[in-house]
Write a protein that binds this ligand. Structure first.
Ligand code: 3PG
Length: 321
């Protein structure tokens, strides 16, 4: 896959932005970086788009900046000339698609039905915008697309996606990323409230990673056998024991290891919407995957330990769902 498209997938969440003045571009760029969302789709809905793309791509090389709401080949040319590294269109416009393909710039056209998907596949595209996502049937429609098209194509649902429904989209195996404007609302940009934008971007990024505690694994160590300790904990907490070959679970939150597993004390299992994205995020904090522990399901990593230990505990990531 093209490097820019890969980057969009790694971040997983694309702010769709409307700027009324190029003067808003720099403070917006700073807010995106500080809010851990180093990606932007600047829409051609205002005359400030071209200049804003130029400023952000020049001043913030770490931000993957694209142009949205591109409705003609002229706009595509303008956006590319200004430095856009990808082009997004609301519908499937073969002329715009062809122009971008010729210029070797990733194009993400909007589709909402199988005929448009097949046209896009014919033209060699593998990532499409699903627009308008919520009013076109939302996650249910994308699940139905997974049947005939499998892993041939993945989608960026946009339009009505927000902090309440993004997890439902990001947990689907054919969703590349989501797009939306909720973390860069016009009202905050017009008010010059960039710390508000930064906060919403950061919240959106954490929501897209979707971390939660799955269970804690406790190494039996020298302090006794797993069996009696699992029974003790089960009676104390009123949770059932589920015996397995290498451990006994007490309810869902506690895994008592029979032989010492990874980690000095045990392990902490963290659930996430995407192990791939979580690994990218963790790498910024010095944690890297233990390659022999990686498990795959439906084309995605479903499980991986990371190293080093955290306070004597190994950490593993599990994909939700
Ligand atoms: C777009 O152009 O992609 C949409 O207008 C963004 O949709 P939203 O405002 O509902 O997030």
């Amino acid at each position: 896959m093209n490097e820019t498209l890969e980057k969009l997938g790694e971040i997983g969440i694309i702010p769709v932005i409307r700027l009324n003045s190029p003067e808003q571009a720099k403070p917006l760029g700073r807010a995106l970086i500080a809010g851990f969302l180093s990606v932007a789709e600047i829409t051609f809905r205002t005359s400030a788009a071209r200049e804003s793309i130029r400023i952000i791509s020049k001043e913030f090389p770490g931000i993957t900046v694209g142009a949205g709401t591109v409705l003609s080949t002229d706009q595509a040319d303008e956006a590319i000339e200004a430095g856009a590294s990808y082009i997004v269109t609301p519908g499937f416009n073969p002329k715009v698609v062809e122009r971008c393909v010729q210029k070797n710039v990733p194009i993400i056209p909007g589709v909402s039905n199988p005929s448009q998907i097949e046209e896009a596949l014919e033209m060699g595209l593998e990532v499409l915008k699903f627009f308008p996502a919520e009013s076109s049937g939302g996650a249910g429609t994308l699940k139905a697309f997974a049947g005939p098209y499998g892993d041939k194509v993945s989608f960026i649902p946009t339009g009505g996606v927000n902090e309440r429904n993004l997890a439902g989209y990001l947990s689907l195996s054919n969703v590349h990323a989501v797009g939306g404007s909720w973390m860069v609302p016009d009202s905050l940009i017009e008010a010059g409230d960039y710390s508000g934008v930064e906060r919403l971007c950061r919240e959106a990024r954490y929501l897209s990673l979707g971390f939660s505690l799955l269970h804690i694994g406790i190494n039996a160590g020298e302090d006794g056998d797993a069996g009696p300790n699992a029974e003790l904990f089960s009676s104390m907490l009123g949770l059932p024991v589920k015996d397995g070959s290498s451990s006994a679970f007490v309810g869902k939150p506690f895994e008592i290891m029979k032989a010492n597993g990874r980690g000095k004390h045990g392990h902490i299992a963290i659930e996430t919407l995407s192990v791939e994205r979580a690994l990218g995020w963790f790498s910024d904090f010095g944690f890297k995957p233990v390659s022999e522990t990686i498990r795959m399901k439906d084309g995605h990593i479903s499980f991986a330990y990371v190293e080093p230990l955290f306070m004597g505990f190994a950490l593993h990531l599990n994909r939700r769902g």
